[in-house]
Design a binder for this molecule. Sequence first.
Ligand code: HPA
Length: 275
Amino acid sequence: MPRIAIIGGSGLYELLQNPTHTFVDTPFGKTPRIEIGKINDFEVAFLPRHSRPGSETVSHAIPPHKVNYRANIYGLMQLGVERILVSNAVGTLDPNLPPGNMCVVDQFLDMTKEEPYTFYDGDTTIELKDGRKVSGTVHIDVSQPFCPELRSVLLESASKTGVPVRDGGVYVRTSGPRFETPAEINAFRILGATVVGMTAAPEAVLARELELCYASISMSTNFAAGMQQKISHEEVGVIFGQNIENVKKILREAVHLIPKEKSCPCPLALAGATA
Ligand code: HPA
């Protein structure tokens, strides 16, 4: 049973040694093809966030607003995963974090327009890995939206591998799939955003709702709208591809640094959260 999972996009596909793969059927739908393999002695699951659920072929077919975040996170829990490390591409609002640089964000601003992502819709009952059943309304605390222990692991790993990574930052999440307008970016800057992306906020919240640990390493692939001429998805892919080896190095080292026993508050996230 893999206790650690990595969620990522293109370029991370050859992270695991001797992988097999599976699909998980969840109450929310099927997951994409999840690889289970080794990073040295550790069994690790890899979920390609944008791949099509049920498809044997790994691809970038599902845009950010259509990713089945609930199936992905619940499916990882069903597999036995307790800790989730992710990588994502972001636009940078900070001239001191130019494309190619990375940060381990510690806060988010969710500026999406859809219904909020939650497992707890009021009349569903959610079964956790330890058999607990949770139903009704849940108001989860996100004072520390990313697991502090996994954040430290990512930072320690970056420092060990010699890859410069900034500690902290505010991730503003937009719905996509379009990029932002310069006016939106100016507004987000006033609100305190450091980077902008389309995926991390729902994943972080859903993981917390299941008491799973979650932390993200965000790679700046472009200056945010208005700070450069034009943003192209192609350019995002090129910059991500050029720096993906650094992300892989950090993730590979990170799995060795995760302490066996948790000392973060994540495992008790549901205490006092139900109405
Ligand atoms: N905006 C939103 N998401 C992104 C960006 C961006 O500029 N770059 C990479 N992902």
